[in-house]
Design a protein. Structure first.
Length: 345
């Protein structure tokens, strides 16, 4: 018998199961006085990708965790994608991963343990690729399959890349095509073309290890990775954290091939509209098609990188060296009425 399709055992899929930005703000809101930890350089106050703790004034520890329900049907690929997604948070801070521990929830009365074993095998393969051990973890019997990692990394203090330090004139780059949520939703409905799903899996399985090199560049002012809040949501976090706005040229945004065949049939994740309802008042110029792609929840998406004005050519040479054929999709501008302005032309 063929293995069961994992996505049929979860109500969400990948980062599309994230709580919406508006609801998350309510959850994280606190009226109590928070104790200050001077060595905690990055906490949750800026909605950044990971926590960063100063060890000795030079070296810093990065700590992060990420987990979700199946984004694909294949157990091995699920383990790979969830692991790449979790490790990405370390790269997004400009750091290098050191080790990971697994987080596994498995409905043992519904799915065989051998499938969970394949999930872990996929995770180990990615950890090997990243050069880190999968050093342990924790598992529970849960109603739906869940997998992810808690990852520890390291970064030099002067190489930390935050999501709230962009400057006016910065060029904005995106290292992976978007539309992953649309393709995986089509898969769950049995409507995805085999080649389109294969491309989505390839993208989601690609480590964002170039972020480690970007961390060494003074020309990179800010960085984050694109996950469940979509390109628009994570860019808004950069804008609001930096006290700026952004202008995006939609025609320059890299999209997964053949995406029109799905958006034309209104195939998109539920979280797309939850994302849009959370930040529509902060966006201008978005159209019916760009809404479905820019708000599309990504799983294991690319890095959003802000590069100083006048240093694009040097940065693009580094992109080529890293095997990334991408170009600027917009720029940071002085703070305006809206956080993000989308230019459709």
């Amino acid at each position: 018998m063929s293995d069961p399709k994992l996505t049929q055992f979860s109500h969400g899929a990948g980062c599309g199961c994230k709580i919406s930005p508006a609801v998350l703000e309510t959850i994280l809101h606190s009226t109590s006085v928070q104790k200050v930890f001077p060595k905690l350089l990055v906490g949750n106050e800026t909605k950044d990708d990971a926590a960063v703790y100063d060890l000795d004034g030079s070296q810093c520890i990065i700590s992060t965790t990420d987990f979700f329900m199946p984004i694909v049907d294949d157990a091995y690929d699920f383990g790979r994608i969830a692991s790449v997604n979790a490790i990405s948070d370390v790269y997004a801070m400009g750091g290098s991963p050191l080790m990971a521990v697994a987080i596994l929830g498995w409905p043992i009365q519904k799915l065989p343990a051998t499938l969970a074993q394949k999930v872990l095998e996929g995770s180990r393969a990615v950890c090997d690729e990243a050069g880190i051990p999968l050093a342990g973890g924790h598992s529970i019997d849960s109603p739906e399959p869940i997998f992810g990692l808690a990852v520890t990394g390291i970064v030099r203090k002067n190489h930390i890349k935050r999501n709230d330090t962009a400057t006016v004139g910065d060029a904005i780059y995106l290292t992976k095509s978007i539309g992953l949520g649309i393709i995986t939703t089509a898969q769950k409905r049995g409507l995805a073309a085999e080649e389109d799903l294969a491309e989505a899996v390839r993208i989601m399985s690609q480590l964002n290890s170039s972020g480690r090199r970007f961390g060494e560049l003074d020309s990179v002012t800010a960085m984050t990775d694109i996950t469940g809040f979509g390109l628009l949501g994570h860019l808004i976090e950069v804008c609001e954290g930096s006290g700026l706005s952004a202008e995006i040229n939609y025609s320059s945004v890299p999209l997964i091939h053949n995406l029109d065949s799905y958006t034309s049939r209104m195939i998109y994740p539920d979280n797309t509209m939850r994302n849009w309802s959370s930040f529509q008042s902060r966006v201008d110029g978005i159209g019916s098609t760009s809404l479905l792609t820019l708000c599309d929840p990504q799983t294991s998406g690319g890095l959003l990188v802000c590069v100083k004005q006048g240093q694009q050519s040097a940065f693009e040479k580094i992109l080529q060296e890293e095997g990334l054929s991408v170009h600027s999709i917009g720029k940071m501008i002085p703070k305006g009425e809206k956080a993000v302005v989308v230019r459709e032309g």
